[in-house]
Design a protein around this ligand. Structure first.
Ligand SMILES: *Cc1c(COP(=O)(O)O)cnc(C)c1O
Length: 381
């Protein structure tokens, strides 16, 4: 047995990150305030091309603050992509609002604008116009934002982009995270840029940025004593983590390039395999290729998604079914959903393959070899 386990998307640290961390540590700015925190915000805002960035403790915290900025609260409904990690749906619930899940389109696996229109029209007819929607760029690919933005304009809805997986991606030449009114990023240990934990809220609206920073620091008013006129949160990023983030930014271009190479490697390797289809790359943009996913057609391949997953695991290779759609999650039973069959199919057949930027070609060979051997023996059986 090969004991050198291959993970789906392990942390990948830049050499500079350690130096930045040690310098911050020695400066004794061991707090959710300090010079690295503001420097990281400025450098990150420059990188993605946003006017303002607010560094927070997680991507989930960024989403919660973004929703609060739009005024969402109890009694509101918020359309959210159903094909996603749970964080944006949870953040909607933190505000007291309810999510309405919207299915994906097959071209990008992201929110289908036609279904969004149907949902928005139905809500308008019921007199329940949403204040915000959350669109997730799933597995690193941007959603189809032009029609989505038009809808947001028509229905006067604020667009929150969950770019937790798509840092480095573009849509029609614009960077992920800047495609809506507010963008949210995550730096947890398996994302495009790993800091261990942390998130960023970006926006061009200076009032929103200031408000988010205020809420993230317990809503402390400007006074010599502790004065509070609103409920706040302890959501600010630590200066130490911001220092790591500054170091990580220096290698980010290389990390994105490697994830894209890995996608292309799998694409070439499985191009002729009947019954294995890669997540499509939309013609409207460039994906960050956070995770390369395959759809397994058992009837054509002779082997199921789960047989592949189990065979990989036996060879110390981590893989995972694609996100279970939110409308199928027990915790959201009874919530509204528009469509659902596309997300259901992706969940039923989809498998995320190891895609971390530190993966070596020899490891990719090992992964593809396990799948190919299984397929060969599977057909014989
Ligand atoms: C990872 C992730 C988040 C949340 O990030 P945390 O930093 O772990 O809170 C939010 N949305 C999506 C789509 C994610 O994949």
């Amino acid at each position: 047995m090969n004991t050198d386990r291959i993970f789906l998307s392990p942390p990948h640290m830049a050499p500079e990150a350690r130096d930045f961390l040690v310098r911050a540590y020695e400066s004794n700015w061991i707090a959710p305030v300090g010079p690295d925190l503001s420097a990281f915000e400025n450098e990150f805002a420059d990188y993605v091309g946003a006017k303002h960035a607010v560094a927070v403790s997680s991507g989930t915290a960024a989403l919660h603050l973004a929703l609060k900025l739009t005024g969402v609260g109890p009694g509101d409904v918020v359309p959210v992509s159903t094909m996603t990690f749970v964080a944006p749906a949870n953040a909607v619930c933190y505000t007291g609002a309810e999510p309405l899940f919207v299915d994906s389109e097959l071209t990008s696996w992201n929110m289908n604008p036609d279904l969004l229109r149907i949902a928005l029209e139905r809500l308008r007819n019921q007199g329940r116009s949403p204040k915000a929607i959350v669109v997730v760029d799933v597995f690193g690919q941007c959603a189809h934002y032009d029609p989505i933005r038009e809808l947001c304009h028509e229905f006067k809805v604020t667009l929150i982009e969950d770019a937790a997986e798509s840092l480095g991606a573009t849509y029609r030449g614009c960077n992920a995270g800047t495609l809506g009114d507010i963008g949210c990023f995550s730096f947890n240990g398996n994302k495009m840029m790993t800091i261990s934990s942390g998130g960023m809220l970006v926006t061009d609206n200076p009032y929103w940025a200031e408000k988010a920073r205020h809420w993230a620091t317990q809503a402390r008013d400007d006074a010599p004593h502790y004065e509070h006129s609103e409920i706040g949160f302890n959501y600010r990023m630590s200066n130490l983590l911001a220092a790591i983030g500054r170091g990580q930014l220096l290698s980010l271009d290389a990390r994105i390039a490697r994830r894209r190479e890995i996608y292309q490697w799998y694409n070439r390797r499985f191009a002729s395999a009947p019954g294995i289809e890669l997540i499509p790359e939309s013609e409207e943009g460039v994906s960050s290729c956070w995770l390369t996913c395959i759809l397994v057609d058992r009837a054509r391949l002779g082997v199921s998604r789960d047989e592949i997953r189990i065979a990989l695991d036996a060879e110390q290779i981590e893989s995972r079914p694609c996100w279970k759609p939110m409308h199928l999650q027990p915790v959201f039973a009874g919530m509204e959903v528009e469509g659902g069959s596309v997300a259901d199919l992706i969940f039923e057949r989809g498998l995320c393959l190891p895609s971390g930027s530190s993966l070596m070609d020899s490891q990719l060979e090992r992964i593809a070899g396990v799948i190919e051997r299984l397929v060969v023996s599977g057909t014989v059986r």
